[in-house]
Design a binder for this molecule. Sequence first.
Ligand code: G1P
Length: 294
Amino acid sequence: MGQQKIRKAVFPVAGLGTRFLPATKAVPKEMLTVVDKPVIQYVVDEAAEAGIEHFVFVTGRGKGVIEDYFDIQFELEQMLRERNKNAELTLLADLLPTAGTASFTRQQVPLGLGHAVWCARDIVGNEPFAVLLPDMIMSSEKSCLKGMVEVYDKTGGNVLAVEECDPALAHKYGIVGVGDKVGEEGFKITQMIEKPAKGTAPSNFFINGRYILQPEIFKILETQERGAGNEIQLTDGMLALAKSQDFSAYHFKGETYDCGAKDGFILANLAFALKRDDIRPLIEGPLKAITSKL
Ligand code: G1P
């Protein structure tokens, strides 16, 4: 079946980062560094690997540095040229989005994820699109969004990435109900609930922060009532959309790190550093020495 290509991805980057104070008092959480790249770069790379052509950032107050990061840094690059630092120049050039492929819009008031996604409606327009929550960075052979696009190519409609969590932690996430299998890596979603009360979750499959959505979601989000946490929830909007459209899940089996939390961020740094051939030999021994003294 020929599905409409997923060309655009929305990155809701307006979040305040309160779980990571004081680090995030003056630096957006998306700009914190995992090894040698800001968190947001990992998420953008994942989207690019899945074929995304246009990157839509929903920013907010104090997040201007994200926009600067995706622009040229004239003085720095001039200085690198004068000093013949060609490797560094190439690195920066490779990471620069092609002109016209990054858009920025603002969510002026933090009303919730559903509202943040709605803020991107005019830039996305009338086509299916992806949403990637920038807190979550992932490590796997095939990128999470790429796996979702493969499911989407079979099913069309809407596709969410899910993972299994400890049932005792289900109340922290959006949780889906599990229906018929779709291929080897997916299943039909029968139910969705945002932050279910303890003991009421329909499964332990949680929405891990990656979505492929049809544009009809925007109309729904426009009038979506506040839900869990008194915020306009994307999950509630999706539940309404599920009355008229299919939702499928892609069961992601790689590692996910929640970089909006201190433990997830530290683990991400360790995991990505240990995967790097230039860094692993430098830290493996010292790391063992630190843990052996605990
Ligand atoms: C958001 C979503 C939730 C999802 C989670 C993944 O919640 O609303 O459905 O499971 O991200 O991290 P938040 O973490 O913003 O509370």
